[in-house]
Design a protein around this ligand. Structure first.
Ligand SMILES: [Zn+2]
Length: 433
């Protein structure tokens, strides 16, 4: 079937209310991406002259061109000189009140995201826009609101649990409403955090956390699957007395953490006994780590700096955050990419790109940074048998780049085409969002 005709049918299907079925069954000619460099997202060396065969919403064959059969009736797209990577997965995207930003990120190659703490109602407008445009992505993964303790950091985005039983009930309710992960927020006491982790394990979904008060070692040992923000390791790096002073300061005022974590990191000994005991837990449990470096990035401001002392602490602290991210990966943490929506040194919709660049600045190879944004992130979604890699049987979510991001990660910014579920996205349209 001609692709324009197919598009019409898909749109008609969406309008009729069963677009998902028609879009996903893919009654179309196979599509062949020909003469393309392939980066599989799982860390393998690129295939220089590759072929990807897509039928419906899935990849059916992928490999070197001469060895990969193409169906006789296929539509051929010659992508000589281009590199294809799996669609990027943003593990930490706050939709807030800006659904257009998710579509702008889609035009930048972000074909899936997880919002780590939001009411379901916040996604209604994005879903409506996607249905109106007849597009199958970005794939949306939700966690429900943060599960926080009393005095929540972000009251509007949280449910408050006053004890473990309330935490368990909130967790069950979010799962019932479609959460594919749960997010512990930092004022939640330990027993309540454990109750949320237990609900996640019962439903086989990941539990992730933003920590400031609890010791990451203890929560990871209790079964926590993922950690948002490298700063969640902060109190684990401090001696017990200093950790308690920080905890009490944050308990008294949530804003104490803002400069406080730069001070913790600036003074942290990443080879000291506290850090070493954290690494031992990472080696044993191999949690996911979503460092969100881009939101913490600080640079020296040469002139007109109102508070040069604080800037110096922030720059030093940020340097240690990068070091700890690399060290945590070396010790066994599975690092993913979370762009965190708006960050100091990236333009609108470019936070995931900046995060990948910062991973490379932290010592990751470009292929490792790509894996963090694709196959490892799919693992953190518990969807790594169909998302995050260019492999036969996987969903056809992919990005065509003019540059070669395995040689220079900044080439991640050279997005030419984006595909979700076997369908090209109108990137020119969403770049204006
Ligand atoms: Zn966040």
């Amino acid at each position: 079937m001609h692709r324009a005709l197919r598009w019409t049918i898909i749109c008609a299907g969406v309008a009729a209310g069963f677009g998902g079925r028609i879009a996903e069954t893919g009654q179309t000619r196979p599509l062949v991406l020909e003469h393309v460099r392939i980066i599989d997202g799982a860390g393998a060396a690129p295939v220089e002259n590759g072929r990807i065969v897509i039928e419906g919403d899935r990849i059916v064959r992928v490999g070197p061109s001469p060895a990969t059969g193409a169906p006789a009736n296929a539509e051929i797209v010659d992508l000589a000189g281009r590199t294809v990577i799996p669609g990027l997965i943003d593990s930490h995207f706050h939709i807030e009140k800006d659904p257009k930003l998710a579509l702008r990120q889609l035009s930048h190659g972000v074909t899936a995201f997880r919002d780590p703490g939001q009411w379901d109602e916040a996604f209604e407008e994005l879903r409506r826009m996607m249905a109106a445009d007849g597009i199958p992505g970005p794939r949306i993964f939700t966690t429900g609101p943060h599960i926080d303790g009393e005095g929540p950091a972000y009251p509007a985005d949280s449910v408050v649990a006053r004890d473990a039983e309330e935490a368990r009930r909130h967790a069950e309710e979010s799962v019932k409403r479609g959460a594919s992960a749960l997010k512990i927020y930092y004022r939640l006491p330990f027993a309540s955090a454990k109750a949320v982790i237990d609900v996640c394990n019962a439903h086989r979904i990941p539990c992730t956390a933003h920590l400031e008060l609890l010791d990451a070692r203890e929560v990871i040992d209790a079964g926590l699957h993922g950690v948002e923000h490298v700063t969640s390791f902060g109190v684990s790096l401090l001696a017990r007395r200093e950790a308690e002073a920080y905890r009490q300061a944050v308990l008294a005022n949530n804003d104490a953490r803002r400069d406080g974590r730069y001070r913790i990191f600036a003074g942290a000994d990443l080879d000291g006994p506290r850090a070493l005991s954290l690494y031992a837990v990472l080696r044993e449990r191999k949690p996911y780590l979503d460092p969100t470096l881009a939101v913490f990035e600080r640079r020296t401001r040469p002139q007109g700096d109102a508070n040069p002392d604080l800037t110096a602490v922030q720059v030093a602290g940020f340097g240690k955050m990068k070091q700890l991210t690399r060290r945590a990966a070396n010790e066994g943490a599975r690092v993913v990419v979370g762009g965190h929506t708006e960050v100091p040194f990236a333009a609108r919709g470019e936070a995931p790109w900046r995060e990948m660049e910062l991973l490379v600045e932290s010592g990751f190879s470009p292929l490792e940074a790509i894996a963090a944004a694709t196959s490892t992130a799919a693992g953190f979604l518990y969807r790594d048998r169909e998302l995050g890699s260019l492999r036969a049987g996987f969903k056809a979510d992919l990005v065509v780049l003019r540059g070669q991001p395995d040689r220079d990660v900044t080439a991640i910014r050279t997005v030419e085409k984006v595909m979700v579920a076997g369908r090209w996205i109108d990137t020119a349209k969403y770049r204006r969002y």
